[in-house]
Design a protein around this ligand. Structure first.
Ligand SMILES: Cc1ncc(COP(=O)(O)O)c(C=O)c1O
Length: 384
């Protein structure tokens, strides 16, 4: 073996995504013929709405196969700005970068704002990639644990106030949350705003699950007074429109921010895929019914799971959004998840992947039948 690959110190700071690792293991076992109930996946189990697929095909037929302008096709950027204005955000098309997935928008934001030793504050349990992205950019992490507060932010505002300081560069807020499903109250977000303004901190508002909520209206952080010029709003098409494989997302921030992040965007991905961007316009403008159908299905699955766990004496802090639930398991959640897949053929993600030891994340992007089957198997194997 040669020593030609002298891996960078930077790449050594991160591990592969824990959620993808468990999904891969589930896929391997399925390939060997096992019947796995896979509740580890972070993607809706619905087809992309038909009219969006058609719009993509039509765009291909119309020859939209070349590069677009780096930050995105003007019609899509305008549709995104209009959508954000609907959320009360004062948005303009020039303040948008269209990216191949929300993940890329987040990656560009971390790279644009964070340098060596800059402090990034995360709210735990936090989605796996925030930590990795912060570390890749050289950032140092500070964390506030929402688990003792039923995963809600409002009761943790005092702790957040003790953590955020003039040294903080960036705070990451994700509501509705992956992995907890929590939707933060307006009062909680106002608390974030007050701290961000007081200490002059930038905030990422990852709103990718915004269309999947149950009986609550999520607040866009950038719509609050004082937040317009310090928020990077990240969103995407994967979850709301079941478009995970299309890879389409975006960020919105000030024109100045977009100028800086746009440099990284143009030197890395060049642009998001042309015909996919055209389908994105259709998704934003003509999918209300499909979005509502999927949302309602997720809501009844959530309610079913809550009832099933309740029947078996499992006390869950239930969120009002996204399609995830954190259930309390053994202290060694990694070992519990290994037993769940090996003995019960049910795949879930260990809470420790999100800095929440003693929990497992269940994704209810699966049919009611499979959800019942999963709970039955966990009970039959003494895992619940
Ligand atoms: C909280 C959160 N943000 C961002 C993303 C990125 O999604 P995508 O890159 O598919 O738009 C995900 C995907 O799982 C997520 O859960």
């Amino acid at each position: 073996m040669s020593d030609a690959y002298d891996f960078s110190e930077r790449i050594g700071r991160v591990e592969p995504s824990a959620t993808l690792a468990i999904s891969n293991l589930a896929a391997e076992k399925e390939a060997e013929g096992a019947d796995i109930v896979d509740l580890s996946v972070g993607e809706p189990d619905f087809d992309t709405p038909e009219n969006v697929v058609e719009a993509g095909k039509e765009a291909l037929d119309a020859g939209h196969t070349g590069y677009t302008s780096s930050n995105g096709v003007p019609e899509l950027k305008e549709a995104i700005a209009a959508k954000l204005r609907g959320n009360g955000v004062d948005a303009d098309a020039d303040e948008v970068i269209v990216t191949p997935g929300g993940k890329q928008a987040l990656y560009e934001t971390f790279q644009t704002l964070i340098g060596d030793g800059d402090e990034v504050v995360l709210l735990d349990p936090a989605w796996v990639s925030y930590e990795a992205m912060a570390k890749l950019a050289g950032g140092d992490l500070s964390r506030v644990d929402l688990a003792p507060h039923g995963f809600q932010l409002e009761p943790a505002l005092d702790e957040l106030a003790e953590t955020v300081s003039d040294d903080t560069e960036l705070l990451v807020v994700n509501s509705p949350s992956n992995p907890t499903g929590a939707v933060f109250s307006e009062a909680a977000l106002e608390g974030v705003r007050d701290l961000a303004v007081e200490h002059d901190v930038a905030v990422i508002s990852d709103e990718i699950y915004e269309r999947i909520t149950y009986g609550v209206e999520p607040t866009s952080l950038a719509s609050l007074d004082g937040m317009a010029d310090r928020t990077v709003t990240v969103n995407g098409f994967s979850k709301a429109y079941s478009m995970t494989g299309w890879r389409l997302g975006y960020l919105h921030a000030t024109e100045e921010f977009v100028g800086e992040a746009g440099k990284l965007h143009s030197h890395s991905v060049s642009c998001a895929t042309n015909f996919v961007q055209r389908a994105g316009i259709e998704a934003l403008e003509n999918t209300e019914e499909s979005v509502e159908e999927m949302r309602a299905a997720f809501e009844s699955r959530r309610d079913l799971l809550v009832d099933l766990f309740d029947e078996h004496g499992v006390d869950v802090d239930v969120g009002d959004g996204a399609f995830y639930m954190m259930i309390p398991v053994d202290d060694d959640d990694q070992a519990w998840c290994e037993r769940a897949i090996e003995e019960a053929s049910v795949a879930c993600v260990p809470g420790s992947a999100f800095n929440a030891d003693g929990f497992a994340r269940i994704s209810y992007a699966a049919s009611e039948e499979r959800l019942r089957e999963a709970v039955d198997r966990l009970v039959a194997n003494d895992l619940l």
